[in-house]
Design a protein around this ligand. Structure first.
Ligand code: KG4
Ligand code: ZN
Length: 349
């Protein structure tokens, strides 16, 4: 493979491929920081009518979309296969069917073009979205990763090293947003809908639990909060003889729920930074797009002299540019995947 002679310098072009959930994405990134293209074919509309991602439907859609996405990413970047220094692909965690589509496509393209291949952990990709926009970021860092499948609080003492400080004991933060949105009759994905609706609501209108706040732990729990919201909705519906709930009540509920989630996320994250004596916090994952979370974390950080970073909206949710970026740094560390690279749905950091 020509990989042995390729130097992953500041001009190295890496093609990233991401298919772990419901976005088929391909991107070309130069030197781990300049996004030349970032094509994201979303299946959100397809899954919306089911209220969540249907794995079988997702895999079939990835098969259709992957080659056009890669072609478009190369075309938009004005880059040919021969010019690539490497290909980085998400191989886990995620839905096995989707992962297999991405890994197979990446292996085929790498084999055909004689380009080195590297496997990237999806969560690591989310973390590296921060480095795309702030290449000057240096370890040690505290990272809050909050997506539809994960709520992890990580200590990053050095590049590529991760210590899990805490995680959710039940639902992921994004999952809680999606489930609450569904019972409120909002669309899928629920996070952005609640974020929008909450702007018109009073965050103190409905009293909701903050789980584990009295415990000495960096873990999270959102299932009690979710149940409290469900019970509240049932009570209000009953008192209206199953009639529709008024818009103000829904806005107040959205605001109160969002405030409860954000309060625990930001309190624990800042607490972790203080305990580890770390002055920089980064956020990643779809829920890092939440406007209140961004605002609260920045505010809490500023009060403690801690710098808080988060990726721009498009880089918070699933995309291949973050995979190309994480892959670039893996290549630089000498990492290479063999042709036996496989999808690992339960991959850990
Ligand atoms: O990282 P991501 O795109 O996919 C996963 O790897 O899970 O995250 C998707 C999750 C969904 O649960 C979605 O509702 C949530 O991120 N999300 C938000 C916002 N935008 C997306 N949650 C709260 N506020 C938002 N603005
Ligand atoms: Zn994700």
């Amino acid at each position: 493979m020509k990989g042995m002679s390729v130097l992953f310098d500041e001009d190295a072009l890496v093609l990233g491929i991401e298919t772990s959930c419901d976005e088929t994405s391909a991107a070309v990134v130069r030197g781990g920081k300049t996004i030349m293209s970032n094509v994201i074919a979303s299946q959100v509309d397809l899954h919306a009518k089911y209220g969540g991602v249907v794995p079988e439907v997702a895999s079939r859609k990835h098969v259709e979309a992957i080659i056009p996405a890669v072609d478009t990413a190369l075309h938009q970047a004005g880059v040919s296969l021969a010019e690539l220094a490497g290909i980085a692909v998400t191989y886990g965690p995620g839905l096995v069917g989707g992962l297999l589509v991405g890994v197979s496509a990446a292996k085929a393209i790498a084999f055909g073009g004689q380009v080195p291949l590297v496997g990237v952990n999806h969560i690591e990709g989310h973390i590296y979205a921060n480095f795309l926009e702030h290449p000057e970021l240096k370890a040690p860092l505290i990272c809050l990763t909050v997506s539809g499948g994960h709520t992890d609080l990580l200590y990053i003492p050095a590049f590529g090293a991760y210590e899990l400080l805490g995680r959710t004991r039940d639902d992921a933060a994004g999952e809680a947003f999606d489930k609450v949105a569904r019972v409120m009759g909002l669309g899928y994905p629920g996070g952005p809908q609640i974020d929008r609706l909450a702007r018109d609501g009073n965050p103190r209108a409905v009293e909701l639990p903050r789980a584990l706040s009295q415990e000495e732990t960096f873990d999270f729990s959102f299932s009690g909060l979710k149940t409290a919201v469900l019970n509240y909705i049932h009570r209000e519906r009953q008192s209206r003889k199953d009639g529709p709930l008024p818009e103000e009540l829904l806005a107040d509920l959205a605001a109160s729920f969002q405030a409860a989630v954000v309060e625990v996320l930001s309190a624990r994250t800042i607490e972790a930074a203080k305990e580890k004596r770390v002055r920089t916090v980064v956020m990643s994952g779809g829920v890092a797009a939440n406007s209140l979370l961004r605002q609260e974390m920045s505010g809490a950080g500023a009060r403690e002299g801690i710098a808080v970073y988060y990726p721009s909206l498009v880089l918070c949710t699933d995309n291949a540019a973050m995979i190309a970026c994480a892959g670039y740094y893996r290549f630089r560390r000498g990492d290479r995947a063999s042709w036996s690279l496989n999808a690992e749905p339960d991959l850990r950091l």
